[in-house]
Design a protein around this ligand. Sequence first.
Ligand code: X2X
Length: 341
Amino acid sequence: MTNLARRTLLRAAAAVPVASTLGFPAIVRAASGPEFVFKYGNNLPLTHPLNVRSQEAANQIREASKGRLEIRIFPNNQLGGDTDMLAQVRSGGIEMFTPSALVVSTLAPSVAINAVGFAFSDYNQVWGAMDGKLGAYVRAAMQKAGLESFEKMWDNGFRQTTTSNGPITSAQTMRGLKIRVPVSPLSIDMFKGLGAAPTSLQFSEVYSSLQTHIVDAQENPLPIVQVAKLYEVQKYCSLTNHMWDGYWFVLNQRAWQRLPKDLQGIASDAFNQSALKQREDVRKLNDAAVADLQSKGLTINRPAPDTFRVALRQAGFYGAWKSKFGNEAWDLLEQSVGKLA
Ligand code: X2X
């Protein structure tokens, strides 16, 4: 057994499913247990709407399937970081995972297209594209890479920048900034284009790397800054709105194909409906987040986007990523947001 495999197994053995932590009623089922158990790993704390609504979907599925299908949730990187979970969902070590589109792009590059810098300006554009042709295009790309996915994407949010050493007010203030970004070539390239010094780290390492000043800054939507308590290790929050990011619910292809059609229907209905509620939860959190984070000690500012856009154009960011994503994907994005390059 490789070291990685051994570590993964040990982690899986040590991890406790959410259902038992939260004291949900024991599953009503025959003594033989559920016919199908899907292990679902994610990188977020239990309090994030992604986990709250996933648990709701799991409960619905247990009821609607009369205990035949059980979804066991392993939140908060219990099964390893993003890169580990992406490998596990492909190999079948786990059946489900919710990676950010940024992270799936290490496997299927076009999947990160929603995160092109300053492309989406509001949620009407986001859901129009992701529930429409652009989303369908990306899901087909994931399927080619061996991953099934549910139709509805879950919200992460518009990403904002936090630092420990001064507010970001323009592209000039990004110069040399030691900033953590997800494990994603697009994020690295974009922050290099803005003049910063980005480092890719899995989300599981973010709090400690800020605390120990391995990096001085990170970028994430406000609800993540809240639930992961990043305000404890950061001082400034600049509302840069530099990209929109969401989570795909991906599934191991063989596990999905083994599931009878009726159970497939029950599972996808439950998760797609929960996605819509989760989007609404994130919207409400965002509305209240600025005041909440201020009360927790963060200094908030709202930089204008112009200098960032100019810096990215000058760095050749849009041209380079148009050729990486390909004309078809880029055209679909521009149908939703207008001309970019
Ligand atoms: O790792 C991050 O920054 C996070 C939580 O936003 C993602 O999953 C991409």
